[in-house]
Design a protein around this ligand. Sequence first.
Ligand code: ATP
Ligand code: ZN
Length: 712
Amino acid sequence: MSHWLPVLVHTPAHAALGPVLTYRSEHLLPAGTLVRVPLGNRETLGVVWDAATAEATGEFDPAKVRDIAGVLEGIPPLSRAWQQLLGFTAAYYQRSAGEVALAALPPQLRELNPEQMARRLKRKKVDAGAGGAVLAAPALTPEQATAIAQIDAHPGPYLLFGATGSGKTEVYLHCVHKLLAADPDAQALVMVPEINLTPQLEERFKARFAPLYGEQAVVSLHSGMTNPQRLKSWLSAHGGAARIVLGTRMAVFASLPKLRLIVVDEEHDPSYKSGEGARYSARDLAVYRGKLEGAKVILGSATPSLESWHHSRPAEEGGRYLRLHMPSRVGESSKLPLVRRVDMNHQPRRAIFSTPLIAAIKERVARGEQVMVFLNRRGYAPVLTCEDCGWKSECPHCSAFRVFHKIDRTLRCHHCGFTERVPRACPDCGNVDIAPFGRGTEQLEEHLAELLVDVRRHGSVTPENPDGEHVRIARIDADSTKLKGQLEEQLAAVHAGDVDVLVGTQMIAKGHDFRRITLVAAVNPDGALFSSDFRAPERLFSLLMQAAGRAGRDATLGAQSEVWLQTFQPEHGLYAALKKHDYPAFAAQQLKEREQANMPPFSAQALVRAEAKTQEAAQAFLNAARTFAQTEMAAWDGWAEALEQVFLYPAVPMAIQRVANIERAQMLIECPSRTTLQQFLTAWQSVLHATRSQPECKGLIRWAIDVDPLAI
Ligand SMILES: Nc1ncnc2c1ncn2[C@@H]1O[C@H](COP(=O)(O)OP(=O)(O)OP(=O)(O)O)[C@@H](O)[C@H]1O
Ligand SMILES: [Zn+2]
């Protein structure tokens, strides 16, 4: 007897194929089964979907239904909870379930043929026999003990609000340990925002758990892994052999049949939000998944997102998360660093480093301590200009300047990648004096080398070497770490003390446990204060707090660590709060502003972005869909009231309007109710599809909805 099976395949988000396809099978296969199915003239991976939870399968012609090609033998079906998670993600972020579900599976499930797959499944390494010395966990600090007691006593979710170096990771380790010991099947998922933070985390977790549960108990999942590695981790999580999965945002979709605990470290980090396909927030999905599967969820941060902070207000006031506070750093004498503001209004014009900062850097280096200098802009200078005619190094394909990279004397567009040799003279007027304007990390590195030329490395002047050694400066940014292994190498050099001054972008500000850094300087942080993006201050605050968190992690160095901020706005409230390490004060002030302006978390937002050959077409598309919503849709049955709550702003060009010769526009949608916004977007999708074919939208290339956008 044959059965009709609803199957999800990877169809483009807006494909006309419909959300779920129907196939025929000899055997009734449970929902969640991975199958191979014919699609057009190729064969593709599909997931048998639950007919009840699947979106309407639509009508199908039984005569045209094709047989499934086969089942992926040896792989148990994906759980119902997993299917629900993926179904929810697709619906909430307005994408097709097929796209979302298939993108969440390791690529090799799709790529390997049955024989290859069978071989991979057989290759089971068993080293359950633990080995190595069990690493003793340190005795908990009173703050850690209190936090853990609260986690034991309440269902959560929890917001672990802990200062940098307060021992949050130790709390995660402890909770995972307790869970695995109590339940022989239980699994934990631990997420970090960036790939380059996974190795050190993996090391810490392996050191703690491999001796107890074997090497295979801890696996990673992130996009920096090769496809075979990813498949291996995925299979081992899906099969239950992996007890702990460490990963970046994609790991939120890992199949973990016995998931009991989810940790989202640095939960405020924008990297948890996907920038393509379904633009999901792994943090928000983690909370949803926790509820779905009855797993505890811990969100940790020293500077929580304002959303999470708001959700963790007292329950009497409507809070949904339990806030756990760990204000102190571990170790008796390891105080938080002293924050100093240098008023750049009183420094020579165009000074890169203020005089007192240079003096402070010299002093630290001479004592053998390390310094971190931080500037969120790579390259040598953000623009090259001709002072005679006003020419600027614009990118011909983007509405942006090309950045001057002195190292290889190129002008590079950081948006489309267009690269050219620096011209010898101004391309417009022939003037040979074209000069860099503004500064990036390359220039800081060069300039510091000049400023520190007289300083000698600590302890390098000896009777045999009376001249001593120059200060060692290293730069870590996207340019200096392009090749595989470069970042690890550079980080190792910093840890080994081979570097005195570390210059870099936000890459170095996050997460790393640099023990010997006692001074952190932000050279030019003001930009974000006046950004049009209402989240810019929040991001700046957390970035500076993170950067500050790199200073003074080793109490035995004894020196008072410092964070220097060079600013033209020394009185700004953000810096005042930073000086006191007072995130709650900063958050309270920001939330007040947001409440007054009706911005998230006090309202829900979505953004529609359109890309087209002309700016007019991009905007025309958005505005036509908007007009339709405001007129025709408002006349649909039962919609008038809901639409009164949905505010559609007019279309505007994006901040960087043109990238690689494609014009971009966006439209913001705001609504006090998340549910209403969801209903609106779901209904409006068909309007957007239909609008596409209107004559004034000719030249439209693509459009996408971003629910809960982070950057506006
Ligand atoms: N109870 C403890 N006793 C002794 N040392 C501890 C304890 N808890 C944590 N530590 C140590 O203190 C340091 C900071 O701890 P941890 O990395 O857990 O902090 P964190 O809050 O996660 O830091 P950050 O957010 O800044 O990365 C680590 O070197 C850790 O080994
Ligand atoms: Zn460009």
